[in-house]
Design a protein around this ligand. Sequence first.
Ligand code: PGA
Length: 239
Amino acid sequence: MDKQFFVVANWKANKTILETSDWVKKFSGEAVGDSYLEVIIAAPFMALDTLKTHITDYGLTRYVSVASQDISMFPVGAYTGEVPGEILENLVTYCLIGHSERRRYLGETTEMAGKKAEWAMENDITPIICAQTLEEIPENINRHSVEKYLIMYEPFEAISTDNQYRPESSQKINEVLVQWQKKLPTGARLLYGGSVNQENITDLMMVDRELLSGFVVGRASLEADSFSSIIRALATSRN
Ligand code: PGA
């Protein structure tokens, strides 16, 4: 199996600049580099520069990339508080778009996700479009080739909260991805996110690798050692 597989750390609203430095230092000592795995770290905006610098300093650029957790749906200009693609362009390779937490707590819509995806691609940033249902995937992405974006299946109920992990079963993920694959352009790359951790990764790896191109890890990515365990499990599962 040689297709590229992605492991995304979504730190959400966690980690100061100092904590970011500590994390990368620990991670650099533990993680295994494997050419079939691409590790993506989605950090808060103010930690991105530190993250990128450390990834370079520790020689991790070959397999670790930086992502933002959002991007503006506007270009540079009079949009207070927004961070547009032109500013992120040289800092990140990927950005999460339309995460269910943003949809739920900040009123983000699929239309907004569509605009954000356009600005990301316009600035050579690969959007990771998060969706709970097919309807949440903005239609405009169909105008772009499948190499330009990633799609994450992310059922809100499966997201860890209050220290509880509640992943969807590999069987259910398979069923959903089969349906999505029928409707999406051929070759669209699909990720799963929701309560992935070092204990359940073996079960979740049962999802058909023809359907799945990666995992997004929230809570279990906050500690470098648990995130590294997940990466090691994926690297050794390759055959
Ligand atoms: P979780 O988060 O792994 O903490 O459930 C996943 C996500 O929402 O990206």
